[in-house]
Structures are given as structure tokens and as C-alpha cells.
Design a protein around this ligand. Sequence first.
Ligand code: SF4
Length: 219
Amino acid sequence: MSTIQPGRVNTPPAHQAPNPAAPVPRTEPSEAFAPGRGEVITDLDRIRQLKQQLESQPDAHIVVSACLAGFNVRYDGGNCNTDNLRTLVESGKAIPVCAEVLGGLSTPRTPSEIQGGDGLQVLQGKARVETKLGQDITDNFTRGADIALKTALQAAAGGQILFAVLKSKSPSCGVGSIYDGGFAGGLKPGDGIATTRFRDAGIDVISSDNWRLATEGEN
Ligand code: SF4
């Protein structure tokens, strides 16, 4: 696992930087995508128990949104650092991925939101992702979600991925609610595209808001 410098990282580490020469299987829009097998975990006591399990189980890993671990990958060039997640990355227990960077988008970038649905409907070909300027960048988001899942599975190297902690409200990483497409901070029900991909692969997910509530003050 690479060492990171939260707040100062401009170059994604290896597991965030896709090799452009490597063929990546694409997810074609498909009706076959259905609500995921991975669970949305909201119970704060359960989240605390899972954190303890992660720390005591040597082969266990989690996936985290890279911005939560201090990487400057947000659309505005910043991050949403959460100290205990950054610590888990530094200790090799958490795998940071940013689906939007992995999908080929630059940092900083124009904000984007899902129009006409949620992450599931994007993967079913029924909704799209547009920038605030109206550019359709659905392909970047779906490709990035695919690569994020593949990257996480490779980095876990056969060990168990206990769960993923993903940034609330994001069109990629949102859990249970996402920005509504109006670019004014409004929300609608649904998961982001990468979150849908992780749940489809059977990975349980926790929103960053619930993680913070459950683990506030813990390292
Ligand atoms: S919310 Fe997800 S896609 Fe957005 S910057 Fe954070 S890791 Fe990247």
C-alpha cells in the first residue's frame, strides 16, 4: 500500500491511476443491473462493531472514497479528509479509490450530477451524467466505477472486503441519497454510480456521514 500525504496529494497513487494501455472490460448499459446485493449499513452500533472487526481481522480490508482519506481528488481540487479513514489507508487496511479520476476526469473539474435518475438507472442506460455546463460525461462515470471496483478487488488480493465507506451525496459515491441534478445542493433518493457497482458486486456500503457519526473521536 502506498504512503500518502493527505492534503498535498496531486498525483493519484498507483491504485488510483489507471494504466491506459490495460484493457478494462466495459459495463454496457443493461437492464440486468438490479438493486445491489451489498447492504446499506446505517446502524451506528453495527458500524462500530465492523470497524473493530476490520482492525482485528488480518486479511480484512475496506474500500474508501479517496477524498475521505485526504487525497485532493474532489471536483474543486480539495478533499474531505476524515482522520480515522486516512489512518486506515496509511496502515494498509483501507483501499482508496476515486471513480471520477479513474474514469479519466481531471482535477479540478466542472461539477457534474446525475440527470433523470440515480446510479442504478445510469448503469441501466436510463439516466445520464452531465456537467454543470451541459456536457454528457456518462461514459467517464461508468468506466470509472468499473475500474474502481476492479482496482479494489485487485488491491485486496483475495482478502475479504468487509465494506466500503463512500462520500455522501456524490453522483459517484453517494449512499442512499445523491444530488438531484439541479446544482443547487438539493438531494434525491438513490445511490451513486460507483456505489451501485460496489453493491452489485456484493460489497456492503456505509455513507461517510454515518461513518463520522459512529466513529467520531476514534482513531
Ligand atoms: S466522492 Fe468519490 S468520485 Fe467524488 S472525489 Fe470523492 S472519491 Fe472521487
